[in-house]
Design a protein around this ligand. Structure first.
Ligand SMILES: [Zn+2]
Length: 484
């Protein structure tokens, strides 16, 4: 989407739920769909007289994220109380970080895409979950509302970017790389639908070439990459139309409805909260020791950018193929295991992984190839057979479909289904000759120079041989028979 003459300015705020065992300031276990209000204690329910205790694992994860983003870790960061009165907040305030966050600066480079600088990353606790009963699904107009405190106190890292993003597509690409990075370092399950990765976008537009920023609006909680992209596009279009019609964009929070594509303001200006931040008196400043930082650094696995470079350098993969494998971490892991099992042939395995296997996974809505019946060894073996011409490409596609749905060994499937290539060249020659005779029209086209017309003849041969013929050999025979 583009609005000629206008430049979008987008910054993102990402909330990452950390996959620690317990909550941020108490010993309650994190909740995964348990009965409401069963994962609570006096601390996370905000009873008077209780005291928060910092979760060491959450700090460790926060440090890992900061280092992965190349951010500078504050020698001494402070927890603040962010005061607001709302039923999802039993204490009447959220413990967060304010003027001195855990980490500042840093950047994430999307290969072939935008470079986005990181403004800050800080630790905080999540609010409880409000469920509104009624048609609106929101607090206004709800017949009644109930609260589930299980989520209250879950550790979060909030990552805020600089306003470096210039399109909805770039926002999606950045968020995808950030999600892959967080998943790879193992600090969160980054499930957007379930809310463990939530993204808000601050959006403004300005005439191309104008310095400074115009008024921005905030799009809240878009829970999929598609909605994020569509929501930002819709908001850019709305703002451009507003300015072009002589109006002004008002600072407000906006909800994007992915079903109708409509944008609705959530809070009006007079409801913007005064959070009255002040230092949390019950927590000492967070001063990570050298040892803590080193431990976080040592815990980091290979990051996506480094992996992308390695795939291209070590395996000789094209940038797009390497990018697909890196961006889809389960697929990349499966590819590497398959290369290890197949003792090489990485380029061919990568082609099959990002081509036929991806098509199959998408068709069946599978995210991790390991959830299919295909084994890394099975894929390596299949590719080896194709490369050594003991299996035709089209027959290999059928075998792959069976491997992913039922499992087994490629050689056994080829044997059982009679898919071995036609070994007797005389037999194939006879079939090609028959196909040429019955496809006179195609032959005429080929003689007129339309080489692609040979497809009809190749297709006839493949039907007759049930895909067991070698495509290159069939083409060679057609040219030979027609004296080309
Ligand atoms: Zn608790």
């Amino acid at each position: 989407m583009s609005a000629p003459g206008w430049e979008p300015v987008i910054g993102l705020e990402i909330h990452v739920q950390l996959s620690t065992r317990t909550k941020m300031f108490c010993g309650c276990a994190l909740s995964f769909g348990e009965q409401p209000n069963t994962r609570t204690c006096p601390v996370c329910l905000g009873h008077p007289g209780t005291l928060p205790t910092l979760n060491a694992q959450a700090i460790h994860y926060g440090l890992m994220i900061s280092i992965a983003l190349g951010s500078e870790i504050a020698p001494r960061s402070i927890f603040h109380r962010k005061n607001y009165f709302y039923p999802d907040l039993p204490k009447g305030y959220q413990i967060s970080q304010y003027d001195i966050p855990l980490a500042s600066g840093g950047r994430l480079d999307v290969p072939g895409g935008p470079t986005v600088r990181i403004h800050r990353a800080h630790l905080e606790e999540d609010a409880a979950k409000l469920i509104h009963v009624g048609e609106s699904g929101r607090i206004h107009g709800a017949g009644s509302s109930v609260v589930d405190y299980n989520r209250g106190g879950t550790p979060l890292v909030e990552i805020v970017t600089e306003p470096d993003v210039r399109s909805a597509a770039d926002a999606r690409e950045f968020l995808q790389l950030l999600r892959t990075t967080l998943k790879q370092i193992g600090v969160s399950d980054v499930n957007m639908e379930e809310g463990s990765l939530r993204c808000d976008a601050n959006v403004s537009v300005r005439p191309a070439g104008e310095d400074g920023y115009r008024t921005k609006t905030e799009l809240k909680n878009m829970n999929s990459f598609r909605f994020l992209e569509r929501g930002i596009d819709a908001e850019i279009a709305r703002q451009v139309a507003t300015w072009e019609s002589g109006g002004s964009v008002v600072q407000e929070t906006i909800h994007f409805d992915p079903v109708t594509g409509s944008l609705t303001p959530l809070r009006s200006k007079e409801e913007v909260h005064d959070y009255r931040y002040f230092p949390e008196p019950d927590l000492v400043p967070l001063a990570p020791t050298e040892e803590m930082i080193e431990r976080a650094r040592a815990a980091l696995p290979e990051l996506p950018a480094a992996r992308l470079e390695r795939y291209q350098a070590d395996f000789g993969l094209a940038p797009e193929v390497a990018g697909t494998l890196v961006g889809w971490s389960e697929l990349g892991a499966f590819f590497e295991e398959s290369v290890a099992a197949g003792n090489g042939n990485a380029a061919a395995i990568a082609r099959w992984t990002t081509g036929e296997l991806v098509a199959h996974l998408r068709e069946h809505g599978i995210e991790d190839p390991r959830q299919s019946k295909l084994s890394p060894h099975g894929l390596a073996e299949l590719v080896r057979m194709v490369e050594s011409r003991t299996l035709s490409r089209s027959a290999a596609k059928d075998v792959l479909a069976e491997l992913t749905s039922k499992g087994g060994e490629p050689a056994a499937i080829v044997e059982a289904r009679g898919l071995a290539p036609i070994a007797d060249s005389g037999e194939l020659e006879a079939i090609v000759e028959r196909a040429i005779e019955t496809n006179a029209a195609a032959v005429e086209q080929i003689r007129k120079g339309k080489a692609q017309a040979a497809g009809a003849i190749v297709g006839a041969v493949m039907r007759e041989t049930k895909g067991r013929a070698d495509g290159a050999e069939v083409n060679r025979l057609i040219r030979e028979k027609l004296g080309l």
